[in-house]
Ligand binder design. Structure first.
Ligand code: ZN
Ligand code: ZN
Length: 266
C-alpha cells in the first residue's frame, strides 16, 4: 500500500505526504507548520509519526515551513549537501540540530522502513535540485515538479509508475500574454524553469505504461495557469489514449491552498 496526499501545491507553497504501512514522510514543507498540521489532520496522520522531510530544493515555496516542522517534531531532513548549504548559508529556516541532517546523493537510493526512495537530478535554477521516485512492494510513485525540461534520464526515473505526480506549471499563451516582467517569463520558459501544460502532456505520453493508474497535475502557477486549462490539456491526451487502448487513467489537479483527496494504491 502506498498513499499520496498533496497538502499544498503551486508556486505559493508545496508539501506532499507519502505513506506506507510503516513509513510516513513529507516531500517539502513550503507552507506554514500550521497548514501542514491541518492537512495531515485531514487524513488522520499525527505529525509525531512522521519519519522525515525530503527536500527537493532551496526555493522558499518548498522550505518555508521546514525549520518549524523539523524543530517542533524533531524530524530528520533528507537533502543534498549543496541544498543544505544554500539553505543554511542564508539562514533561511533558522537553527537545525545537525543530528537531524541526512545528506542524500542523486541516483543513490535509500529506504525509510518499507519505502524505497530514489532521488534524481532535475534541471531547475537551484543549486542541486532533485525529485524522487518511491517504491513499496511492486507499486511506484513518480514525483517530478520544478523542472524546466525533461530528457531520457528523467523518463527513466518515472517509467513504470502507478502514480505520476507531475508539474503542469503554466499555459504558454497565458504566460506570454500575462503581466509577468520579460525576464521572469524567460526564466519560466527556460530549461531551468518549469514544465508547461503542453510539456507535461508530452512527458506523460513518453512515459505511459499499462501500470499507470493516476496522474496528479501539480505546481500550477496562479497567474499563468488555471486548473481547468491544465486538466483539459491533459484529459484530451488521456481520452485519445483511452480510444486506442481502453486504458483508463484517473486525472486530478492538486489544490493550491488546501489538501487534495488522498490517493491510495494497493
Ligand atoms: Zn523552484
Ligand atoms: Zn517550486
Amino acid at each position: 500500500m502506498i498513499q499520496l496526499c498533496s497538502l499544498a501545491s503551486g508556486s505559493s507553497g508545496n508539501s506532499i505526504y507519502i505513506g506506507t504501512d510503516q513509513a510516513h514522510i513529507l516531500v517539502d514543507a513550503g507552507v506554514s507548520g500550521k497548514r501542514i498540521e491541518q492537512g495531515l489532520a485531514s487524513i488522520n496522520i499525527d505529525p509525531k509519526t512522521l519519519q522525515g522531510i525530503l527536500v527537493t530544493h532551496e526555493h522558499s515555496d518548498h522550505i518555508c515551513g521546514l525549520g518549524v516542522m523539523a524543530r517542533r517534531y524533531r524530524l530528520p531532513l533528507y537533502l543534498t549537501y549543496r541544498t543544505w548549504e544554500a539553505i543554511n548559508s542564508k539562514n533561511k529556516i533558522g537553527k537545525i540540530d545537525e543530528s537531524l541532517l541526512h545528506f542524500i546523493v542523486p541516483d543513490e537510493a535509500f529506504s525509510i522502513n518499507d519505502l524505497m526512495i530514489k532521488p534524481f537530478r532535475t534541471s531547475h535554477d537551484a543549486v542541486e535540485s532533485v525529485c524522487y521516485s518511491f517504491e513499496n512492494g511492486d507499486k511506484k510513485i513518480g514525483f517530478a515538479t520544478d523542472l524546466g525540461v525533461y530528457d531520457d534520464y528523467i523518463l527513466d526515473q518515472l517509467r513504470d509508475s502507478n502514480v505520476l505526480y507531475i508539474e503542469a506549471n503554466h499555459d504558454v499563451s497565458m504566460l506570454e500574454a500575462g503581466s509577468y516582467p520579460y525576464y521572469l517569463k524567460q526564466r519560466i520558459l527556460s530549461d531551468l524553469g518549469h514544465l508547461s501544460n503542453e510539456c507535461s502532456s508530452r512527458l506523460i505520453l513518453d512515459v505511459i505504461s499499462e501500470r499507470l493508474e493516476h496522474i496528479i497535475l501539480a505546481h500550477l502557477s496562479k497567474e499563468n495557469n488555471h486548473p481547468d486549462i491544465a486538466y483539459i490539456t491533459i484529459k484530451t491526451l488521456l481520452d485519445e489514449i483511452y480510444k486506442e487502448t481502453q486504458q483508463q487513467i484517473n486525472l486530478t489537479v492538486a489544490n493550491r491552498d488546501y489538501h487534495s483527496n488522498p490517493i491510495v494504491i494497493h
